[in-house]
Ligand binder design. Structure first.
Ligand code: ATP
Length: 407
């Protein structure tokens, strides 16, 4: 919701402010570039102005610019605003206009902040709140609305941010993802299964600044086209948060290796399969300069995700395996998937479920699993990566990596 005449969006970031000046400046630059890429991808015309601890977007489309900012990692909140001279009269006029459009009953409050040197304004933030509150009250009454003030939990909050050179009036602080700008960490490989959890896990790493190389391990006869298509489409959704990155899904054709594992291993089969997937991910990481692997695993969610089994699977590779959902309940993961746009209620049996033996191992021991592993899995993992395919866009089409790989 924006006040009438809004032509600027204030974009706030959070953790960057805790960094040293040198690091903070670099991160702010990265944030600006990332935001420019999201705006460009969505066809939103906006000029970005760098301010101290803030960005401002000057635009004719404040709603679309606010939505773009709220989808950019590192952004804590964004507010479409109207500018006024930094005087009490001009601010009250801005609030009057905002009240006419944005207040049609219920309770309200005016919250003001003043920044800059003390002497810059001959009034305090309390003066703005008191005078501005009267202006809103009068505007409401003259529009036939019965105004009521609630300073603690108002239905409508009018914000004023008064600086030395101008004042901003706005009606909302739309939450962004928070975190750090994408690209401020080295990349990781994201194991994408086509399920609900893995896109959320990948998004969490992206939120902390790490670009991801998305990877789907095609299980051949044990997998399903539905999962592959789903992995492609959720990756496409994630890519909208990072339009200037190569986020195409890499597809590892692992059917032969998985069939060999299914033939050779019964007890501990799922652990051997997971360890194989991690080896494939590690080989992809090496090709792409990635420094870790991220999965959607959570303690106890599947038999392969007990605390004992996570230790056994992690030991397959030297790279760290990041599990940002480790302690998150399924309902919360699902809610987050819904928020970020990757949720899809799926009733298709997962390939892994078809592979699972009747009595899955829940307390694997590393030595015993290593003994059961068929020979040559590391070589098979490398061979699979040599035949990696790259899916383009969200349509599930795969092509030869040699013809399109840019990362
Ligand atoms: N075919 C696959 N290709 C790539 N990664 C996979 C595949 N299957 C599983 N994974 C990875 O292993 C994790 C655990 O998978 P699993 O199917 O056992 O559990 P899950 O908790 O239901 O996860 P999800 O909802 O992401 O499928 C996934 O989150 C994903 O990171």
């Amino acid at each position: 919701m924006h006040p009438p005449g809004a032509d600027v969006v204030v974009v706030r970031h959070g953790e960057i402010g805790t960094k040293s000046e040198h690091v903070g400046t670099k991160m702010e630059r990265r944030l600006r570039e990332n935001l420019a890429a999201v705006l460009d991808d969505r066809g939103v015309d906006a000029e970005i102005e760098q301010r101290r601890f803030r960005l401002r977007l000057h635009t004719d489309d404040p709603e679309a610019a606010t939505a773009a900012a709220a989808d950019t990692f590192g952004v804590v909140s964004a507010s479409p605003a109207v500018r006024a001279e930094p005087t009490l009269d001009a601010i009250c006029e801005g609030l009057t206009d905002a009240a006419r459009e944005g207040y049609d009953g219920g309770t309200f409050a005016v919250s003001a902040r003043r920044a800059g040197v003390e002497s810059a304004h001959p009034f305090s933030s309390t003066d703005i709140e008191r005078e501005g509150g009267s202006a809103v009250w009068d505007a409401a009454e003259s529009a036939g609305v019965d105004p009521e003030v609630d300073l603690d939990d108002p239905d409508t909050e009018f914000f004023v941010d008064c600086r030395e050179d101008d004042a901003l009036v706005f009606l909302e602080k739309r939450a962004g993802p928070g975190g750090l700008p994408l690209g401020t960490q080295d990349p990781v490989v994201a194991l994408m299964s086509g399920g609900i959890d893995s896109p959320v896990a990948a998004w969490e790493l992206m939120k902390r600044g790490a670009p991801v190389v998305p990877l789907y391990v095609d299980l051949g006869d044990y997998g399903g086209v539905d999962h592959r298509a789903r992995a492609v489409s959720t990756t496409g959704t994630l890519a909208r948060y990072a339009p200037d990155r190569d986020m195409r899904l890499r597809i590892a054709p692992a059917g032969d290796a998985v069939a060999a594992i299914a033939d050779a291993v019964d007890v501990g089969r799922m652990l051997v399969l997971r360890r194989f997937m991690f080896r494939v991910a590690a080989a992809v990481a090496e090709e792409h300069g990635a420094v870790g692997v991220v999965t959607g695993e959570a303690v106890g969610q599947k038999s392969s995700q007990t605390t004992a089994n996570l230790a056994v699977t992690s030991a397959a590779v030297d790279l760290p395996v990041h599990r940002p959902l480790l302690t998150v309940d399924k309902t919360d993961i699902t809610a987050r998937a819904d928020e970020i746009g990757t949720f899809h209620e799926s009733t298709i049996p997962a390939g892994c479920e078809r592979l699972a033996p009747d009595y899955p191992e829940t307390r694997g021991r590393l030595g015993a699993i290593e003994e059961r592993e068929p020979d040559g899995l590391a070589e098979r993992a490398s061979a699979v990566v040599d035949r990696l395919e790259v899916a383009d866009g969200g349509d599930g089409a795969a092509e030869d990596p040699a013809e399109g790989e840019t990362a």
